[in-house]
Design a protein around this ligand. Structure first.
Ligand SMILES: Cc1ncc(COP(=O)(O)O)c(C=O)c1O
Length: 370
């Protein structure tokens, strides 16, 4: 089996160590450990009977629910089969421009979506490559990081940004992205992890979509609500653009159960509050625990995952954690600027996080006493 380029490939990990996928504690995919919400599972169960019908091709009810949730008219919202589907459609639009500026290290699927349509990619690294990675860590001293680069002919170019940024966990302030809306022909902001921030801390640009027809926001419901297997996301953008996207894709790409799950999930205030209460202390505790392990340096994160600089090969740690503890972490080999000296972990429950810390200490201790 091929080395996975995404987190969450339990089949690959289970095959490697000869166990069942369910035996693996997955820190490699950045999915909330609290869900799926009971409300969602119950609603899906009640919809089984409707599987004999096609879904509404316009998803009017779901669009209305999302419209109330975000205070934006329904025609500005397009549900998708995960935000990955909508990313592919955004990739097709970006490919029509002279070039697309991509902030790196970047989520691997951005390359897939852009290359599928032969887009011209201009990478812009958040890391000062000349200064090397120790200086790079000081580029990310706090939660926020700056976004400043001199775009080449932005009037004919697109920009693809991820906020909060995967894999660093950094949060751009909305005010840092807004100036680029005035410069670039098209700006796509992937806010797949934005819902992990409580409303008063979010830096979403959804409120600006109606002022900027060149702005596209992508949102995912798979991470916050633990539904990656269901596939569920939506785009928020100008209605003309979304109508065009609908003509480009298959009909009914969101199935009946996923559409129901989305409507119920966004209404589940208890689950949302529970998540916002769980994340900051669980993340802090994991962060502090990691800093105490010799040779590991986690980066402060606004999201539900931590990027960690490691003096020991990330690949070696991944293999030993899998073999000895059935714990799967995300190596960073698919991010060229990060390579083998970094790995990424999701924040899970305090019990699981402690399991990871103990396992990492046990593996790393013999190395550090060498
Ligand atoms: C930054 C980012 N955007 C989008 C996605 C795709 O999410 P979805 O499950 O909604 O397709 C992922 C999944 O890992 C991601 O990390």
């Amino acid at each position: 089996m091929m080395q996975p380029a995404h987190g969450g490939n339990l089949a690959w990990a289970a095959n490697l160590v000869g166990c069942s996928p369910s035996a693996i504690v997955d820190f490699s995919a950045s999915i909330s450990p609290l869900g799926p919400p009971h409300s969602v599972l119950a609603a899906m169960e009640s919809q089984m009977v409707n599987l004999r019908h096609y879904p509404d091709p316009n998803y009017s009810e779901l669009r209305l629910a999302l419209s109330h949730f975000h205070q934006i008219p329904p025609e500005w919202i397009l549900p998708g089969n995960g935000s990955a589907e909508l990313l592919t459609l955004a990739g097709r639009e970006l490919a029509e421009l002279a070039t697309t500026v991509l902030i790196t290290p970047g989520f691997g699927d951005y390359y897939r979506a852009l290359r599928a349509y032969n887009a011209n990619i201009q990478e812009f690294s958040l890391v000062d490559e000349c200064a090397g990675w120790s200086a790079a860590l000081s580029t990310f001293p706090g939660l926020h990081t700056s976004l400043s680069f001199p775009p080449k002919s932005p009037q004919t170019s697109g920009l693809l940004v991820n906020n909060p940024h995967n894999p660093t966990g950094k949060l751009f302030l909305g005010s840092q992205i807004i100036p680029y809306l005035k410069k670039f022909a098209l700006v796509v902001v992937d806010e797949a992890f934005m819902d992990f921030l409580p409303p008063e801390e979010e830096q979403s640009l959804i409120g600006f979509v109606q002022d900027y027809p060149n702005l596209v926001i992508l949102r995912s419901l798979t991470k916050f609500y633990s539904l990656p297997g269901l596939r569920l996301g939506y785009a928020i953008a100008h209605p003309n653009r979304l109508k065009r996207w609908q003509l480009w894709r298959d009909p009914w790409s969101v199935n009946t159960l996923a559409a129901t799950a989305a409507m119920i999930a966004i209404e589940d205030g208890d689950f949302q509050r529970q998540t916002w209460a769980w994340l900051p202390p669980a993340r802090d505790e994991l962060f502090q625990g990691l800093t105490k392990i010799k040779g590991l340096q986690p980066l402060p994160s606004a999201a539900n995952f931590l990027l960690i600089k490691s003096q020991i090969s990330g690949k070696k740690l991944q293999f030993q954690l899998l073999q000895q503890y059935k714990i799967l972490i995300r190596d960073c080999l698919s991010f060229p600027e990060l390579g083998d000296r970094f790995f990424r972990v999701a924040v899970r429950t305090p019990v699981d996080n402690q399991l990871l810390l103990t396992a990492l200490s046990n593996i790393i201790e013999p190395f550090s006493s060498e």
